[in-house]
Write a protein that binds this ligand. Structure first.
Ligand code: SAH
Length: 394
């Protein structure tokens, strides 16, 4: 039996339509003594069961992970992981040596709000964004063993940063919940990447750019490419492997540049064609004199909350203008935003206003998004966070 939360009569519509968040304003009454992270059952005030989820003390009062009654939490996690796995299998991600890294669980998109699990060639890296999910970390490690059997070599909990930021809790240390990794090298579309899930950013790798990197390789042969905000060099490796004449990688983090250089070496690419720069992208763009055929702009989320949205939109405009001002006639700009609170229209608007100010003739060739292993529930489209445009600049 779980404690309960009752909603106001006229506030049950969203949950009946499978929206996974119950906002605090919808709660009429909650059992006494509830703490953030407790599992609760949600009812309407006429006693109808509506869902089960994790209680939270912020603006989201419950993150719902089931719309049918739950008797056995462990079995629920196993069932959820199995269906998440099935989705990845159906798009060809689970049985290929060509690509052996993918996102297994994408929070709400897989009916598990607050939980991210990435698969790195035998190691599952889990990142909980809520106290409730973090309490279940060991249970998820057990569920992963059931789903993957002996394919699973290790489970690492990388909840540290995400959790303290999301819920104001004390930072938790990263730790192995199971096993020992057999390797830290993965393949993505046949390209090798070394993943540092312990010291790296997020869960170690930006899996969400897989399809967009592949698109870059289509255009890279014989080209001079600038990859800004390169992190571990994903776009750089694809461009070089596809025959780029020259690739410059830029990141302000020395650690990121080290990872990039390692990944260039790992793919046995011609190091004379690659150069990396530990620099701020705005400074680099201001000072650069090289004429690039392709520029990639993939900054970190400029806005993490609604309150920062306006400043973020201005930053996207400033960044895109800085790049457009340097672009050759006939060049391509791959420009991205991963800020969830800046939607696709706002992002395109920011880029359009940079285009107007640059005075260049610009066409949109591609409108990009996140790959299939970052699914978006049709009832919760806020989870569509990655936006990209490929522009032709005349
Ligand atoms: N394109 C990458 C992911 C980018 S993540 C990939 O495909 O893997 C964003 C990166 O931007 C981080 O590595 C961070 O260190 C870097 N960064 C953040 N602010 C920066 C700035 N002002 N100048 C240069 N790099 C910056």
């Amino acid at each position: 039996m779980f404690p309960s939360v009752m909603l106001h009569r006229h506030k049950t519509e969203a949950i009946r339509r499978f929206h996974p968040w119950v906002f605090s304003g919808a709660v009429k009454r909650a059992d006494k003594g509830l703490q953030a992270g407790d599992v609760v059952e949600i009812f309407s005030d006429d006693g109808a069961y509506l869902g089960t989820g994790h209680y939270g003390t912020g603006s989201v009062a419950v993150r719902v992970f089931s719309f049918v009654r739950v008797n056995d939490l462990q079995q629920l996690w196993i069932d959820k992981l199995r269906s998440a796995y099935q989705l990845r299998k159906s798009v060809g991600l689970t049985d290929s040596a060509f690509t052996n890294t993918y996102r297994l669980v994408f929070g709400e998109g897989d009916g598990l709000p607050g939980m991210i699990i990435d698969w790195y060639n035998g190691t599952a890296v889990l990142q909980a964004h809520s106290v409730g999910m973090h309490r279940q970390a060991a249970a998820f490690a057990e569920a992963l063993k059931v789903v993957y059997g002996n394919q699973l070599k290790a489970v690492y909990d990388k909840s540290s940063d995400a959790l303290s930021k999301a819920e104001g809790t004390n930072a938790v240390a990263g730790e192995y919940l199971f096993g020992n990794p057999e390797t830290d090298v993965v393949n993505e579309n046949g390209h090798a990447f070394k993943i540092d899930w312990i010291g790296g950013q997020k869960t170690g790798f930006f899996i969400d750019q897989r399809d967009n990197r592949q698109l870059l390789s289509v255009y890279s042969k014989g080209k001079k490419v600038l990859n800004t905000f390169c992190y571990s060099g994903g776009f750089s490796v694809y461009a070089l492997k596809a025959g780029a004449e020259l690739v410059h990688s830029v990141d302000s983090s020395a650690k990121a540049i080290e990872l990039t250089n390692q990944n260039i070496a790992l793919n046995a690419l011609n190091e004379n064609k690659h150069q990396s720069f530990t620099a701020d992208v705005f400074d680099f763009l201001r000072d650069c004199t090289e004429g690039y055929d392709i520029v990639v702009l993939d900054p970190p989320a400029f806005a993490k909350h609604q309150s920062a949205r306006h400043t973020a939109i201005k930053a996207y405009k400033r960044l895109n203008l800085a790049a457009l001002n340097k672009m050759k006639a006939g060049s391509l700009l791959f420009t991205f935003s991963c800020s969830q609170v800046v939607n696709s229209e706002m992002f395109t608007g920011a880029v359009a206003s940079a285009a107007i100010e640059s005075g260049r003739k610009i066409s949109i060739l591609h409108q990009l998004s996140q790959p299939a292993d970052h699914p978006v529930s049709i009832y919760n489209r806020e989870a569509q966070y990655l936006k990209g445009l490929v522009l032709y600049v005349e």
